[in-house]
Design a protein around this ligand. Structure first.
Ligand SMILES: [Mg+2]
Length: 209
């Protein structure tokens, strides 16, 4: 007979990036892009929020250059790709309670992963601007995998990269549909409401003992 030990303590921790480790605000990009375009800031922001171009870019279906050219065509942006890149990507601020929690988990010797719907402009900026971003065992990024959460393909990619399954994985994300897709595979999950509650849940699982 097989013997089960419950509960299994997670052996890795998987972090979403946006609104979990870094806050972001697309209105910053909207204002800066608008200043060099024919559209008002609110319209640029609405465009960035709603355009299917961003989804295609973050699924790896558009290159940076293609994305840039299509945004220029729609907004009348007059700057070059380097100016655009700065405006588009410099929208993040660190969430210090969460990066401290990540560091505490690392000090316990527990491997950690980034699991993010994102794009190469954002990742390049984040890597340069936020030193904590270097301290993960692996990075599962939608534009590299060719799928966005909550699609199964990107969850498969995390399981394959980490060689972990089910309750060995603890996953933190601020979006319910992403968390639900992880929970359906048997992953442990924390829906991030605020950093203090996330930390309390991590402590409850015994990861910081
Ligand atoms: Mg998020």
């Amino acid at each position: 007979m097989r013997k089960f030990n419950h509960p299994v303590k997670p052996t890795i921790v998987v972090f979403d990036l946006g609104k979990v480790l870094l806050d972001f605000d697309y209105s910053i990009a909207g204002r800066r892009i608008a200043a060099q375009s024919k559209m008002p800031a609110a319209a640029v922001q609405k465009f960035l929020d709603q355009t299917p171009l961003l989804h295609r870019y973050e699924t790896g279906l558009l290159t940076r250059q293609e994305f840039f050219e299509m945004v220029c065509a729609q907004t009348g942006f007059r700057g070059d790709i380097n100016e655009f890149s700065g405006h588009f990507a410099d929208i993040f601020t660190e969430m210090p309670e969460m990066t401290a929690l990540h560091a505490a988990i690392r000090r316990k010797g527990i491997p950690t992963y980034i699991f993010s719907n994102t794009n190469d402009l954002a990742v390049e900026h984040v890597r340069r601007a936020f030193p904590f971003f270097a301290n993960f065992d692996g990075y599962i990024l939608s534009h590299e995998v060719g799928a966005m959460k909550p699609a199964a393909k990107i969850y498969d990619a995390l399981e394959n990269m980490s060689s972990r399954r089910g309750a060995e994985i603890l996953y933190i994300d601020d979006r319910r549909e992403n968390i639900d897709a992880g929970a359906a595979r048997g992953w442990r999950t924390i829906l991030q409401i605020d950093p203090a509650r996330t930390r309390a849940e991590v402590e409850k699982l015994g990861l910081l003992d």
